[in-house]
Design a protein around this ligand. Structure first.
Ligand SMILES: O[C@H]1[C@H](O)[C@@H](O)[C@H](O)[C@@H](O)[C@H]1O
Length: 616
């Protein structure tokens, strides 16, 4: 048990969807059922408009790969500039997510969402009219600033306006919008890839449309009642709560938020919020769990799959650029589809089981992916033909004996002929730096391929094991998307008490973006050092570590009111997971002078007995 302040903070009151015994202020079971029966339409509208932030997150991170194919030709971009244009957005998102915690605390969720959509709009317009690469870089930086704020604010806002029995589902809808945004971005990429001149302007600029929609929508939508109460705007808070609970008696919810804010204010120690979070054990544990989940989400390699799916598919044998782009949209669609499964499952099986099943499945499918690459590497065709052209002799490509090592060098590609299904007369040649679809010289150089009937493989080797890679990829998405995709966002939106919520979400979103940039920027280098199968075995190992972390540390939060969740972190870290396996809590309610205790039953449901025993 914590100190007295810890006990007071970890007070449990009755969740609205659990029938209660002898409760003083609670809604009757009929009230509760009627909330669940009535469709809380307004909450869905609020969720839809805030999740547009998730959509923009997905769109802006997803669209850039297709835009880059056109931009690099039109603006003659070096690989440094390409990397800069991709990573400046993610880097800016990491910084602005961290700053978003402060902004959320001061200005509230609504203003932050308005600010993010305004920034997205401005960024989209700048990108669509950019006359040169410097302005493009500036536009991508602006978009990143919006991304960071939106990524941490939308889940918090949705969690704060949702009723407990729908909260998991509604916050998961935000991730559904992220993956939806990635899918739409890939379709837009596919469509505008036919417009060789200026197609990228439409790709990058179109994001201004949903951003404007969100901006105007939020001018009319309310602030989070929890934030309003925290700022002392009690009347407004009650009005908003009435409005979003569709007229059901909100007295108990209002009281429970008010009393937990009162306790927080009384207990508030000295120092900044972050310092208080780090020095107060239950919140520190929640922060470790929140940041750990976000870290393992990224370390299990989702964005190597999302950003490089076209490349991965090419490596598995799909040769044509345009086919690869459309197959990449099939990948994004699979991610979207299985996130939908997560929305359906989250309130049925709970966050913990969903995350556990998903991360274990992710680890296994990464092994399948790695095995596919390993078999392809072992069956990699040898170099059998050394062309006499003296201009090719000085290149490092000349030193490779197999396609596998040739393909891993970004400066080289594999040029080969076919006899039936057998690879013949194969060479490793330097790539044409202006256009990686052909070799710099020789049989596979631009314009000569047709007459010589030679095939050019850049980034992949001709192999008969590509189906295993394809199967691993689909399996990966099907198992990652329902759990490890959305749960880190969903869990983070609910595990912190109100005073620490925006800072906690800012930190964990920052960790997500930082790990995102680390993994996606290092993928090609890791693949070069460890080969592709080594890289995927590495991600699989990291996912297994994540599994151990989730087993030990993630408690079940399903069905609990936000004010009750902190108590799940009352025990030592790595025993928190036991909370969902039947732990008994005894929580004296000191300020009321009455003793209440609750039993946390399997499935995270809490049964209540309120005992009117005076402590004094
Ligand atoms: O939860 C999301 C989602 O899974 C996306 O597909 C991924 O690109 C993001 O990085 C992640 O945070």
């Amino acid at each position: 048990m914590e100190t007295v302040s810890g006990v007071k903070r970890s007070l449990i009151s009755t969740p609205s969807d659990v029938p209660t015994i002898n409760q003083e202020h609670g809604p009757s079971t009929d009230d509760v059922r009627s909330v669940q029966r009535r469709m809380p339409c307004f909450v869905y509208i609020l969720t839809g408009f805030s999740a547009l932030g998730g959509f923009l997150f997905g769109y802006d991170t997803g669209v850039v790969s297709g835009a880059m194919l056109l931009l690099k030709k039109e603006m003659n971009l070096s690989s440094l500039w390409q990397e800069l244009l991709v990573s400046v957005t993610v880097g800016a998102a990491a910084l602005s997510a961290l700053a978003g915690g402060y902004l959320n605390g001061i200005f509230g969720r609504r203003i932050c969402i308005l600010l993010a959509s305004f920034i997205f709009c401005a960024g989209g317009i700048i990108l669509s009219v950019a006359p040169n690469k410097e302005v493009l870089l500036f536009g991508r930086l602006i978009v990143g600033l919006g991304l960071g704020i939106a990524s941490m604010t939308a889940p918090v806002y949705i969690a704060e306006v949702s009723p407990p029995h729908l909260r998991g589902q509604l916050v998961t809808i935000n991730t559904l919008f992220i993956t939806g945004g990635q899918f739409i971005a890939s379709v837009v990429d596919g469509v505008f890839s036919y417009l060789q001149h200026d197609g990228w302007r439409y790709m990058l600029g179109l994001s201004a449309v949903p951003a404007a929609l969100q901006f105007f929508g939020f001018l009319l939508l309310p602030e989070s009642p929890r934030w309003l109460l925290q700022r002392g705007e009690t009347e407004k808070a009650r009005l908003v709560l009435d409005q979003i609970r569709a007229g059901v008696n909100v007295e108990e919810e209002y009281e429970s938020i008010r009393s937990s804010i009162e306790e927080e204010t009384n207990d508030a120690g000295d120092g900044s919020v972050l310092w208080r979070m780090l020095t107060y054990a239950p919140v520190r544990r929640a922060l470790i769990v929140g940041c750990g989940l976000q870290m393992f989400q990224q370390l299990s390699g989702i964005n190597t799959v999302m950003y490089y799916s076209a490349t991965i598919l090419q490596m598995s044998g799909v040769q044509d650029d345009r086919t690869a782009i459309w197959l990449a949209s099939a990948t994004a669609f699979t991610n979207f589809l299985f996130t939908l499964l997560g929305v359906w499952l989250v309130e049925r099986v709970g966050r913990r089981k969903l995350t556990l099943g998903s991360i274990l499945g992710t680890a296994v499918s990464l092994m399948v992916l790695a095995a596919g690459f390993l078999l392809s590497a072992q069956a990699s065709p040898p170099v059998t033909f050394h062309p006499s052209d003296p201009s090719l002799h000085n290149s490092s490509c000349n030193t490779y004996g197999f396609c596998e090592s040739c393909m891993l060098d970004p400066g080289c590609g594999f040029c080969y002929g076919k006899n039936g299904t057998a690879v013949v007369e194969s060479s490793c040649l330097p790539v044409d730096v202006a256009n990686t679809e052909s070799a710099a010289a020789g049989r596979c150089s631009n314009g000569t391929q047709e007459s010589t009937s030679a095939f050019w493989a850049y980034n992949f080797c001709p192999t008969s094991y590509s189906w295993i890679v394809l199967m691993g990829l689909i399996l990966y998405l099907a198992l990652f998307a329902p759990g490890m995709g959305p749960m880190p966002w969903t869990v983070n939106s609910e595990i912190y008490p109100l005073w620490a919520r925006s800072t906690g979400n800012a930190c964990s979103a920052g960790v997500n973006w930082i790990c995102n940039v680390l993994v996606s920027l290092t993928f090609l280098h890791v693949a070069q050092y460890l080969t592709y199968y080594g890289a995927f075995f590495l991600y699989s190992g990291l996912a297994l570590l994540g599994f151990v972390f989730v087993v030990g540390c993630l408690p079940e939060t399903k069905g609990l009111r936000l004010e009750e969740i902190e108590s799940l972190f009352g025990r030592r870290l790595c025993t928190c997971g036991a909370g969902s396996q039947g732990v008994h809590y005894i929580r004296p309610r000191l300020e009321l002078g009455a003793l209440r205790y609750g039993t946390l039953e399997p499935e995270g449901r809490i049964a209540y007995i309120s005992v009117s025993t005076k402590l004094k």
